[in-house]
Unconditional design. Structure first.
Length: 163
């Protein structure tokens, strides 16, 4: 099993959206029995809460299924995860600092690094929490744009694991 975890700040907006979208891509590729997709937050403020209602409405309007409870990322999880996807540079920095080993830190990547159209200076998925619904729609568009490249990278990594 190849395990991917998306991480944002509170695990109620960006990372659950990315989890839902990527899980759909994995299922459509026929890899849902080989790839496990989850999400978490760098902080525990919202642990146990569902996703933000605006995130849920944007996901549902786009045809994505989501059933989510927020949780905080733990350093011990690195041992069981193959890839940790940060939604912005702050998460990337925090996760790499939390990693127990250099090998674990190397598992952390920015989501938008998988979007070939993303400029190197525009690697963050902006936090929509304090803004209008349009921010959630933009978040979804950025996640969708990066998902095919991420899926290709996961496929390639899975080949290397079995080779």
């Amino acid at each position: 099993m190849y395990r991917v975890c998306f991480v944002c700040t509170g695990n109620i907006c960006r990372s659950p959206m990315a989890e839902s979208v990527f899980r759909t891509h994995v299922a459509r590729a026929g890899l849902d029995t080989l790839v496990e997709v989850e999400s978490a937050g760098t902080g525990g403020w919202h642990e146990g809460d569902g996703a933000d209602p605006r995130a849920v409405s944007v996901l549902e309007a786009a045809g994505y299924v989501q059933d989510h409870r927020a949780r905080q990322f733990r350093s011990s999880w690195f041992a069981r995860l193959d890839l940790v996807i940060a939604l912005d540079a702050g998460h990337l920095r925090d996760l790499r600092a939390l990693a127990p080993t250099p090998q674990d830190a190397a598992k952390v990547r920015l989501l938008r690094s998988y979007d070939p159209a993303a400029a190197t200076a525009q690697t963050d998925v902006p936090d929509p929490y304090y803004g209008p619904l349009a921010g959630f729609e933009s978040c979804l568009a950025l996640v969708e744009a990066a998902s095919p490249g991420l899926l290709d990278a996961v496929r390639e990594a899975m080949k290397e694991h079995t080779a």
